[in-house]
Ligand binder design. Structure first.
Ligand code: MOS
Length: 768
């Protein structure tokens, strides 16, 4: 059975060569692991960092896109004559513009025009304007007269499967075949069970809502196009833009050295990149085109909503005997992974010999999904981890105990290959201890209307392994300062800081004497997009490799000057020292050979991962909530996250990432939900007022990170696994389990809104 593909994005295929001899993992570190503040903290907080949305160029125009206001429509006529005559307007492009007559691919297999007459979701691009000011551009957009043939639509993924539903595409509303997975014999497994439970769970669609909007600035210099793009990966953007515009890769430069968050929604190029490039070309002026917050709710991705019917069989002693899951979900109007990886935890988190899953992905007239922080996994955890809680309750077992009873030793979903390391057990045991789980479970729920409860949930992440290709360059100057050149984006997780720490670890260069150039296809080395919680495990071994290449050359130079063999040298602070005779030492800045060379360059690459092994991060999370049973209001009081993500590279950025993941997971649990209007098929909450993301008031003051800080010796030369996604996988389920513990009510559908919870609390027969 083929492992599901992680992302629907362009990516590197060629593998860079393995590094020259993989170095052994560090046994001791001086810098790595410390809670170091970000190397670019000052730039970020002072406003001196230039994000793509800050880029201002001389003579720059502003672009704006006219978007289809209907869930389903055909564009019959576009009249731009009035708009073209408006003040400040320099170009209007429509489906009839020759320069904009381009083929766009929504996925690898589905093509449309850039401005396609068929609009399958609210927010599809119909025309665009470039003008001297953003206000003039938007005025002109409003002056474009479009005649639409409004068509029947379907936005409910259950209704989309009913006979007679309006077809989103010719051929119906199923996205390919139903995906099936099976191992063992579930019928036999259920027959062996002492208890069988079946519950249908669902999660609402979420929107990524990064701080910085999606967008770019486009500028032509003759045949060369430069894009300043807010992106997780400059190279995938370059690839797609070059393909659509039929240009050599070498002529497309993408710069994204800073970016304000993406969470998976900025892994791929968008139509706006092409629109900006075309507008810039025909006006011969740079064009800035950033979406509005409202647009970002419609057309640059979402976490697919899914319904998950889950049946589980368990023996009295807690042994799982069978798991069966049926998933229905939607990635919107184009193939975008509506059910992708939703069943993965059912397949792989716990030991279970008999597993069957079925996933049906459905088209609806909604904006296409994009990968969102651990695609499919928080949805799957919402179902599986609530089910584990319900099974424990049925058996009268502690939910931690039930999970410990079913800890896997190998990856069953990967043909029984062993994991390099699996800290799931430690996450549960040490997390429970640090949280005070047993005492918290015994505490009174409260006599009044406010009930207190605790919940636990666990997870693993299918990726987080990292791997080739990656190339980086480290330069060491004769004064002992260094440059690091790396193609990867720092998507807010502290990538640059961690990589500087790796250079410092190997070369002794103080962090403040390392400058980093990153995420620019012209000037930096190849990197895959920062996603899949792979950036640290992909890049850090390449950085270490580059630093070691510098170190070898440095030792050759020093060996000559100190008259000792290079093999007995080591770096101590800013000096090269003999391990045998400490008196034989020289400051790096005093090495004549280095002065004569000018600088030393080390090129590092990322070697392959071990064959026949699975590298995954694991997590367990514990939380405590108060539920006001009069209002249905849930208040999260505290959270503890125990993560096995291999080595902790930087304790501070690690904790930041845990906080961010838990914050997002609380949003999934309690408030976040894209809402379609049933009458019109339009999204009614396209803004941060009506779509509720957690604020500082909604997250607990107490979020504790309890890392299982055990370097993975087989994964790679730094021993790190991914963290960003695993920290949000169990969160929502842990909240739901705590709500159950407090109230005896199981909320199977996200979000646990006050209205929904109050209704369930009032309904007979929903408790217990
Ligand atoms: Mo992610 S969903 O790997 O940015």
């Amino acid at each position: 059975m083929e492992t599901p593909k992680l992302y629907f994005i362009d990516g590197a295929v060629p593998e860079t060569p393995a590094p020259s001899g993989t170095p052994a993992p560090w046994t001791e570190t001086r810098v790595v692991g410390k809670p170091l503040p970000r190397v670019d903290a000052y730039e970020r907080v002072s406003g001196t960092a230039v994000y793509p949305s800050d880029v201002l160029l001389p003579d720059m125009l502003y672009g704006a896109v006219l978007r289809c206001p209907h869930a389903s429509a055909r564009v019959k006529k576009v009249d731009a004559s009035a708009a073209e005559k408006m003040p400040g307007v320099r170009a209007v492009i429509t489906g009839a513009t020759k320069a904009a007559d381009l083929r766009w691919y929504h996925s690898r297999t589905v093509f449309t025009k850039l401005f396609d007459p068929t609009c399958r979701f609210e927010g599809e691009a119909v025309a665009a304007v470039a003008a001297e000011t953003p206000q003039q551009a938007w005025d002109a957009v409003r002056a474009i007269a479009v005649e639409y043939e409004v068509l029947p639509f379907v936005v409910d993924y259950h209704k989309a499967l009913e006979p007679g539903a309006p077809p989103v595409h010719e051929g119906g509303n199923r996205v390919g075949e139903t995906q099936k997975y099976q191992r063992g014999d579930v019928a036999k497994g259920f027959a062996q069970a002492d208890k069988v439970l079946e519950v249908t769970y669902s999660t609402a669609a979420e929107i990524h809502t990064p701080m910085e909007m999606h967008g770019c600035v486009a500028r032509w210099d003759g045949p060369r196009l430069t894009l300043w793009e807010s992106t997780q990966g400059v190279y995938p953007i370059q690839q797609r833009v070059a393909a659509v515009l039929d240009m050599p890769l070498a002529n497309v430069r993408v710069i994204g050295s800073y970016m304000g968050g993406g969470f998976g929604s900025k892994l791929q190029a968008d139509k706006y990149n092409i629109i900006a490039a075309v507008l810039a070309r025909i006006t011969a002026r740079p064009v800035k085109l950033f979406l509005t917050r409202e647009e970002t709710f419609l057309c640059v991705g979402n976490r697919p909503p899914d319904e998950m019917r889950l049946r589980a069989g368990v023996k009295k002693d807690g042994t799982l005997t069978a798991l069966e899951m049926t998933v229905v979900g939607t990635g919107g109007a184009y193939p975008a992974g509506g059910t992708s990886l939703v069943d993965w935890l059912v397949r792989d988190l716990y030991t279970c010999p008999n597993v069957r899953t079925e996933s049906t992905d459905v088209f609806v007239n909604g904006g296409p999904a994009r990968p969102m922080r651990a695609p499919g996994h928080p949805q799957g955890a919402w179902a599986l981890e609530q089910m584990m809680d319900a099974l424990a309750n049925t058996l009268g077992m502690d939910p931690v105990e039930l999970r410990l009873k079913n800890i896997p030793t190998v990856s069953q979903a990967n043909e029984g290959q062993p994991y390099t390391t699996t800290g799931l057990k430690q996450c549960l045991v040490e997390g429970a201890k640090a949280f005070g789980w047993n005492a918290a479970r015994r505490r009174s729920k409260g006599d009044g209307p406010i009930k207190r409860g605790v919940g636990v949930a666990a997870g693993l992440w299918i990726a987080g392994d990292g791997g080739p290709p990656a190339t980086v360059i480290v330069k060491l100057f004769p004064d002992g300062s260094a440059n690091l050149n790396m193609g990867a984006s720092d998507i807010g997780t502290g990538t640059k800081t961690i990589m500087a720490m790796v250079v410092s670890e190997e070369l002794g260069v103080p962090i403040e004497r390392i400058q980093i150039e990153n995420a620019d296809t012209l000037t930096t080395e190849y990197a895959t997009a920062s996603g899949g919680s792979k950036t640290v495990p992909t890049e850090s071994p390449a950085v270490r490799d580059a630093a070691l290449a510098v170190k070898r050359q440095l030792f050759e130079i020093a060996a000559e000057e100190l008259k000792v063999p290079a093999s007995e040298l080591r770096i101590e602070d800013d000096a090269v020292v003999s391990t045998k005779d400490p008196k034989a030492n020289k400051k790096i800045a005093a090495l004549q050979g280095l002065r004569r060379r000018g600088l030393i360059i080390g090129v590092g690459t990322r070697g392959p991962n071990p064959e026949g092994k699975v590298i995954n991060p694991f997590a367990a999370q514990f939380c405590e909530v108060d539920v006001d049973t009069r209002t249905g209001q849930v208040r999260v009081l505290r959270f503890l996250s125990a993560n096995d993500s291999g080595r902790v590279m930087n304790r501070l950025t690690y904790e930041n990432t845990v906080m961010g993941g838990i914050t997002m997971g609380i949003g999934l649990a309690l408030t976040e939900q894209r809402v379609f209007d049933r009458q019109t098929g339009k999204v009614v909450n396209c803004n941060l007022h009506d779509y509720k993301i957690p604020t500082a008031m909604d997250v607990p003051a107490e979020i504790v990170s309890n890392p299982i800080d055990v370097p993975d010796p087989e994964a790679n030369s730094t021993g790190a696994k991914g963290l960003g996604e695993p920290v949000t996988i169990p969160t929502a389920a842990a909240v739901a389990n705590a709500v159950y513990d407090a109230t005896g009510v199981r909320v199977a559908d996200s979000p646990i809104s006050p209205m929904r919870l109050v209704a369930l609390l009032a309904a007979p027969g929903t408790r217990g």
